[in-house]
Write a protein that binds this ligand. Structure first.
Ligand code: DX5
Ligand code: ZN
Length: 217
């Protein structure tokens, strides 16, 4: 079973409610929210007030991807009733283990994201505690970038690791996902597919979500 988590990063932010409805209509599993602070990544998107409004505007569970420094300072505000996952970056956490425990104490599933150049070995001592690992297959900050090819090897290695150490853990992939690579990515071990540009550039977004779901389900 694989899941689609469309990222609203390339949405029209003045018309979010309509677009969220289209994601629901197509049968998306989650909505992926890219929170960026202009410090951890060279882009600024939105924060807690917008996430709260999105939670009111959709029934989809939220997949919150925090691309911010010191995420431990504001986890609680992202732990809304609709929040399914809170994902923090390994590179942004001084005390990753503590931050993961904080997410769990808020009653949420904890994910850790790795940038393309960050080794899987950084998770050696925490993998059994994670609900999800998000592999970045582009450098974080922007939608519509080209898939980094070394991600294939990283997915396969993480798939082998989780089978040995934490079989229930999900693998999420973020960046450059499209209809052409989705089937092979699923085969390689990806469970949660983030797709921004591939969904939001479509003329008919609901139909694009259905096209993805035919591959993933
Ligand atoms: C990138 C974000 C992604 C982004 C993916 O920093 O984390 O979620 O929206 O966009 P696409 O699917 O367009 O590569
Ligand atoms: Zn993301």
């Amino acid at each position: 079973m694989a899941y689609l988590s469309p990222s609203i990063l390339t949405a029209d932010f003045a018309d979010l409610k309509t677009q969220l409805k289209k994601l629901e209509e197509g049968g998306a599993d989650f909505v992926h929210l890219d929170v960026m602070d202009g410090s951890f990544v060279p882009n600024i998107t939105f924060g807690q007030p917008v996430v709260r409004s999105i939670a009111k505007a959709t029934d989809l569970p939220l997949d919150v991807h925090l691309m911010i420094v010191r995420p431990e300072l504001c986890l609680e505000e992202f732990a809304l009733p609709q929040t399914e996952f809170i994902v923090v970056h390994e590179e942004a956490c001084l005390h990753l283990h503590r931050t993961v425990q904080q997410i769990k104490a808020l009653g949420k599933k904890a994910g850790v994201a790795l940038n393309p150049a960050t080794s899987l070995s950084t998770l050696d001592y925490i993998l059994p505690e994670l609900d999800m690992v998000l592999l970045m297959s582009v450098n974080p900050g922007f939608g519509g970038q080209k898939f980094i090819e070394t991600s294939w090897q990283k997915i396969r290695e993480l798939d082998a690791l989780r089978k040995a150490k934490n079989p229930d853990m999900l693998i999420e992939l973020d960046g450059g996902v499209n209809l052409d690579n989705a089937a092979a990515l699923k085969e390689a071990g990806v469970d949660v597919f983030v797709a921004g540009n591939a969904v939001f550039s479509a003329e008919d977004m609901a139909e694009r979500v259905r096209q993805f779901q035919r591959i993933l389900k």
